[in-house]
Design a protein around this ligand. Structure first.
Ligand SMILES: [Cu+2]
Length: 320
């Protein structure tokens, strides 16, 4: 995933990112139209102004003429033309906006969770993944929520950007119609790891999505539990705050933590066992380790019981 994204230019056009969705052409057209109209009038107005400044500047021996108070024809022209242009911009912009706000009934749904500092995509069958996989040419609606602060889901290739806000759902829809891998960013500054809050959208050729889902959903079942847990530790973004080599980061290292006796902020002493680990991951604010801030997001709803089991096995394997 990171490998693909280390060369995001692959997914870029010359001026604009490649057009990866059904809406991209329309958005680009409006953008270009407004840009060129603005440039044209900028050059025209500033150009005429510069000529006038030169030509009619005050010179010794030349008396200023009485200036005409009115030129009705000219005033009508410079009022009507901008009104028409602005109406075209409004009409095109509003029409496109309505289109982007109204998902077709046939769209399938993927849930998106933003949290510090990663994206999680939850498919209708309950499988979750840090990369968004989609079938080509099928409209998709994203139902998005944040577990902590405001994030913003941004896929330049699809011309889709929408805030992801704690305490409510936001929605976005689009229809990808170019197969490939496209970068996803967080476009709202959300703390230290904001610039790492990147992932990818993989748009599959017909049939490829179903194939991917069939293997992905069984991915962990074929692995030794601790190994599956190690993959989840990376996939679920624990790496942003927890090391496995003893280094203290935003959170404590997982090295040798299992079986250790620890002191909580409340003064309570606790021996780390499976149930403590479970609680730390699902309800991290209940028992906060001394010397740390209560900044860990909950993984209730984004890590299921099976995955939790693998992660716990992984943490146990670091105790030997
Ligand atoms: Cu963010």
């Amino acid at each position: 995933m990171k490998g693909i994204l280390s060369n995001p230019l692959l997914a870029q056009g010359f001026w604009m990112p490649v057009k990866g969705s059904s809406m991209a052409g329309e958005v680009d057209w409006i953008f270009q139209f407004i840009l060129w109209v603005a440039l044209f009038f900028f050059v025209l107005v500033v150009g005429i102004m510069a000529v006038f400044v030169m030509r009619y500047r005050r010179r010794p021996g030349v008396e200023p003429e009485e200036s005409p108070s009115h030129n009705t024809k000219l005033e009508i022209v410079w009022s009507v033309i901008p009104i028409i242009l602005v109406m075209i911009m409004f009409y095109a912009g509003f029409k496109t906006y309505l289109g982007m706000e109204t998902p077709p009934r046939s769209s399938h749904e993927v849930q998106v969770v933003g949290q510090k500092w990663q994206w999680t995509f939850i498919y209708p069958n309950g499988y979750s993944d840090p990369v968004l996989h989609l079938p080509i040419d099928e409209p998709v609606q994203l139902l998005m929520r944040s577990d902590d602060v405001i994030h913003s889901f941004f896929v330049p290739a699809f011309r889709v950007k929408k805030d992801v806000v704690p305490g409510r759902f936001t929605k976005a829809w689009f229809e990808p119609n170019l197969a490939g891998v496209f970068p996803v960013y967080c476009a709202e500054y959300c703390g230290t790891g904001h610039s790492d809050m990147t992932t990818a959208v993989v748009v599959h050729e017909p049939g490829g999505f179903e194939e991917w889902m069939a293997t992905a959903a069984n991915l962990y079942a074929d692995l030794p539990p601790a190994e599956a847990g190690k993959m989840l530790y990376a996939a679920k973004g624990c790496t942003a705050c927890h090391s496995i080599d003893g280094t203290k980061m935003v959170g404590p290292s997982f090295k040798s933590v299992f079986g250790k006796t620890e002191t909580m902020k409340s003064g309570e002493n606790i021996t780390v066992d499976e149930n403590y680990l479970r609680e730390s991951i699902y309800n991290p604010q209940v028992k906060v380790l001394e010397g740390y801030e209560p900044v860990m997001p909950t993984y209730q709803g984004t890590i299921n019981d099976e995955e939790l089991g693998y992660i716990i096995e992984f943490i146990k394997s670091l105790a030997e």
